[in-house]
Design a protein around this ligand. Structure first.
Ligand code: SF4
Length: 511
């Protein structure tokens, strides 16, 4: 059987992979989940549509199926298609809004002409030909876009600061050093939509007046590195990067720098040190990178997801983007939904949906019939939101009011078999391990905190350990230089706030 095979980017349904979608000649499509190599042939046969006077072929086809699979013509197939219009797939995809992940499942990540057929580089062209830098930045401001890497800083303020900086040389950097346990949003976007991220970064560069850009991508993402390198080369060959981009008089060059796997290099100033060839350690701010960044030049650093939203905003207008979301958190957010959930994967939802909607509707609820206990949001800097607060909307301020943070978008669902002290210990072990060691509170304070958690979990807690742990949380948070240390206590603080009885049960020797 013959069929044209096309590889597409991630559609987010990790719980259904390997996933195959068939498109018949009449345009109807079918989805096949958990496909095994030996089923592929049968899938092709199922979708074979003879046309015209080919009844003889139909017959031989049926015979072939019987021969191939040892079944009589008409016998029931072992491969079943699922409907994208109803059932679990529909529940998973239905509430989502695709902006950063627009056209997922449709386009070949490496096919530049296909990206262009989907309005790729239309926004960049407009920024070069029709809009002034101020107009581009105003559009970003109207959209309400905030940084998707964690802190949620308004993007337009950053862009305007770099634009306004008085320097001949400026830089743009795409921060692809995603390192939170359980998070893989940036990886998916880089691998599946390399041209979109390049276009977003090119728009940012033109808006702020930068002619050189760097993709900083962790080396543990080799496919992302490979695809971005390939996409940059394709763009250079097509005149979308290089001298006189898109026929304008603007020159723009991008290159890739691979991170060596230190979590702290996701911090802007550490990332800059790393590109400069130094050790990836943060420094005091100010000056902010927007004023003095890479090689002491004004530098715009945006995260992968933030940049991937930019082309859509410029094509549709900031006001359209701002129609999604809440008063202070506009647009969409990509989350990596993982843990004890029926349907895990990558989702892009409008801001303002509740945690409960994500867990129950999109995720299909907690797996194995267990009770939904909490969601850990925001990775090692984030916190645990208990099921009783699951109606909290996905919104920067709402999440921080309950002790979590949006973070980069890791969302780990926990059930009633999970020990919350153990969860706190897990995340603290991670931050302790990743501390760059520059400041004492972070280097030593997290170590002492971890020792206490190990003692509590091991049934060897000493009198006063809980008080000491709480004291250390405050000291580490206030005495650390960068976000890693300042937020390291969050998983401990949020579990102490909502699940203190579990700490006390450990102390009393009940578990
Ligand atoms: Fe390094 Fe921690 Fe200090 Fe940040 S807070 S600079 S990670 S020691």
């Amino acid at each position: 059987a013959a069929a044209e095979v096309k590889r597409v980017g991630c559609v987010g349904m990790c719980h259904q992979t390997p996933l195959v979608e068939t498109i018949r000649g009449d345009g109807t499509s079918r989805l096949y989940c958990h496909v095994q190599p030996e089923q592929v042939e049968e899938i092709v046969l199922q979708n074979y549509q003879p046309t015209g006077i080919v009844s003889r072929m139909r017959t031989s086809w049926s015979k072939m199926v019987a021969e191939l699979y040892g079944r009589e013509n008409g016998a029931e197939s072992s491969v079943e298609a699922v409907s994208p219009k109803e059932g679990p797939v529909c529940e998973f995809l239905g509430p989502q809004k695709r902006i950063a992940t627009e056209s997922c499942g449709d386009i070949d990540p490496l096919d530049l002409s296909e990206y262009q057929r989907h309005e790729g580089f239309v926004a960049l062209k407009r920024c070069l030909d029709e809009l002034s830098s101020d107009e581009v930045i105003s559009e970003i401001e109207r959209s309400g876009l905030r940084g998707r890497g964690g802190a949620g800083f308004p993007s337009a303020i950053k862009w305007r600061t770099v634009r306004g900086a008085n320097a001949e040389t400026k830089y743009v950097i795409c921060n692809g050093d995603e390192g939170d346990p359980g998070a893989f949003m940036d990886r998916m976007i880089l691998e599946s939509f390399p041209y979109r991220v390049i276009e977003g970064m090119a728009i940012a560069a033109v808006a702020v007046g930068a002619h050189q850009g760097y993709f900083y991508i962790r080396a543990e993402y080799p496919l992302a590195v490979e695809r971005i390198r390939h996409a940059i080369a394709e763009c250079e060959a097509a005149g979308l990067l290089g001298d006189r981009i898109l026929g304008s008089d603007y020159s723009l060059k991008f290159s890739v720098k691979e991170g060596a796997g230190a979590f702290i290099c996701g911090e802007e100033t550490a990332l800059i040190h790393s590109i400069e060839g130094g050790r990836g350690t943060p420094r005091l701010r100010p000056p902010f990178p927007a004023e003095s960044g890479l090689w002491e030049k004004p530098t715009l650093i945006n995260n992968v997801e933030t940049l991937s939203l930019v082309p859509w905003i410029l094509r549709h207008g900031g006001d359209e983007f701002a129609k999604f979301g809440t008063e202070t958190s506009k647009g969409t957010k990509v989350f990596a939904l993982a843990g004890k959930i029926q349907r895990g994967g990558l989702i892009e939802v409008p801001m303002g949906v509740t945690i409960r909607q994500i867990v129950n509707q999109i995720g299909g609820g907690v797996a194995n019939g267990r009770r939904f206990k909490a969601v850990q949001i925001g990775g090692p800097s984030g916190g645990c939101v208990p099921a009783s607060l699951a109606d909290t909307p996905v919104d920067y301020e709402a999440l921080s009011s309950v002790g979590a943070i949006m973070g980069s978008g890791g969302m780990v669902v926990l059930d009633d078999t999970d020990c919350m002290v153990d969860i706190a210990r897990y995340f603290l072990r991670f931050t302790q391990d990743q501390s760059c060691g520059k400041c004492t509170y972070c280097r030593i304070g997290t170590k002492r905190m971890l020792e206490i958690l190990e003692r509590i979990c091991g049934g060897e807690a000493k009198k006063g350990d809980l008080d000491l742990l709480e004291d250390l949380c405050q000291s580490v948070s206030s005495g650390s230089l960068c976000g890693l240390g300042k937020t390291a206590p969050n998983p401990v603080l949020s579990t102490l706030r909502y699940f203190r009885e579990e700490y006390e049960a450990h102390l009393a020797g009940h578990c």
